[in-house]
Design a protein around this ligand. Structure first.
Ligand SMILES: Cc1cc2nc3c(=O)[nH]c(=O)nc-3n(C[C@H](O)[C@H](O)[C@H](O)COP(=O)(O)OP(=O)(O)OC[C@H]3O[C@@H](n4cnc5c(N)ncnc54)[C@H](O)[C@@H]3O)c2cc1C
Length: 376
């Protein structure tokens, strides 16, 4: 009898799950459910303000990859899951049964702060980042504020690295354009030591870099609101003609209807085998899940890939009614790019270090090229 594995999503975790299943010799059926048959390469959004990336560079069509791996693509969104019946519910109340399912539908940004519509949530995808870039290009002078916050119910559910990259990238861009003196750049965060997950030394270096670049900071005060001309925290209110903000993250909207165990922060609660708690045949990988691990564990594409590998291997065990056996490594690898220079931060349970040198910018460019090659 041919087994059927269903993968939800078409991002980093989903594509790695497909690759892993076939690499492991799985000959059964794979269906992939996603709104669009494309992989969106979020890490290179940081190069949109400088005009170095267009939409077509980041949204990679997956037709060839799916065909090569004999994957049935179902254009839809998952809306629920009936674990007892091993069935996922899709739009228009359609259903799809599975022997094992891998959830890889990513996370969401919390948009609760008053006036949040005045901020560009650059990480949410192409449109917000393009809107930010167009406004920046049209401005002659003013204050640009950059910030990020977390999910108080789940401290690891935050995305700070890209904000540093947008901030330093815009500073470099304005200098290259000879108009940095017309702008004031501001960085804000409710955390007193933003970027702490990257390690203590990294925080000092990042804040030192801001000082060197004449970037004013507002740290350690809870966020209150945004308007079309200001940011307000519990400690200060400051002008902002353009705001780039990355809120804390939570799980995907459909999680609430899934009947599955969720973490306090709203993510699918996984065990060390990427199995959703209490479910033998339901797995999760990437930003959609809450995983055990150190407090600095990152929500990154790299972790999504490592988790997807473990989830896919354990899904293969599950369809043979064997217990899961594959764990994933927790590792933080991050190249913080500034357009002209870059720093690499590495952290695992045993080590942590930071390197700074211009070739790392080109390493980041090269990595994108190599990573996307097999999907193009
Ligand atoms: C600006 C930026 C820079 C970054 N830089 C880095 C970096 O340098 N290094 C790094 O490792 N990470 C980086 N990240 C983080 C990385 O992009 C994410 O951690 C990664 O995208 C998570 O992968 P994922 O597969 O879990 O989710 P996603 O990539 O978000 O994919 C989710 C998929 O699920 C689909 N989907 C959503 N809802 C549904 C539904 N209901 N039904 C079906 N499908 C659905 C989506 O269409 C998408 O295909 C960066 C992120 C941003 C935004």
């Amino acid at each position: 009898m041919s087994h059927h594995i269903v993968i939800l999503g078409s991002g980093f975790a989903a594509c790695t799950a497909v690759k892993t299943l076939r690499k492991q010799g799985f000959q059964g059926d794979i269906s992939l459910v996603a709104p669009r048959p494309e992989l969106f390469y979020f890490p290179s959004l940081i190069w949109v303000p400088s005009g170095q990336r267009k939409y077509e560079d980041l949204a990679v069509p997956l037709h060839r990859f799916l065909e090569k791996n004999r994957v049935e693509y179902i254009q839809s969104s998952v809306t629920g899951l009936l674990a007892e019946e091993k069935t996922v519910v899709l739009e228009d109340d359609k259903t799809l049964s599975y022997d094992a399912v891998i959830i890889a539908t990513g996370g969401r940004y919390i948009r609760k702060l008053p006036g949040i519509e005045n901020a560009c949530i650059a990480c949410s995808g192409w449109q917000d980042t393009k809107a930010f870039s167009d406004k920046l290009a049209a401005m002659n002078e003013g204050t640009i504020a950059f910030g990020f916050a977390g999910n108080p119910k789940e401290p690891s559910a935050m995305r700070g690295g890209p904000v540093f990259e947008f901030l330093f990238g815009v500073d470099t861009l304005l200098r290259k354009q000879g108009r940095r003196d017309k702008f004031k750049l501001v960085f804000f965060s409710p955390a007193p030591t933003p970027g702490k997950r990257l390690g203590e030394k990294a925080v000092d270096r990042l804040l030192g870099e801001m000082k060197k670049r004449d970037i004013q900071t507002y740290l350690g005060k809870k966020m209150k609101s945004f308007s079309d001309s200001a940011v307000e925290t519990e400690g200060a209110k400051f002008d902002a003609d353009l705001i780039l903000f990355i809120p804390g993250m939570t799980g995907p909207a459909w999680a609430a209807n899934s009947g599955l165990t969720l973490s306090e922060g709203g993510f699918f609660q996984a065990n060390e085998f990427c199995q959703v708690e209490g479910q033998d045949h339901v797995f999760v990988a990437g930003d959609a899940g809450s995983f055990p691990g150190p407090e600095w564990k990152p929500k990154q594409a790299h972790m999504a890939d490592l988790q997807a590998e473990a989830a896919a291997k354990n899904a293969l065990e599950a369809i043979q009614f064997k217990p899961p056996a594959h764990r994933f490594k927790t590792e933080l690898i991050c190249i913080v790019d500034t357009l002209s220079n870059a720093s690499m931060v590495y952290r695992d349970p045993k080590r942590s270090f930071m390197l700074k040198m211009p070739p790392l910018h080109w390493a980041k460019v090269m990595f994108e090229k190599v990573y996307l090659k097999e999907y193009r």
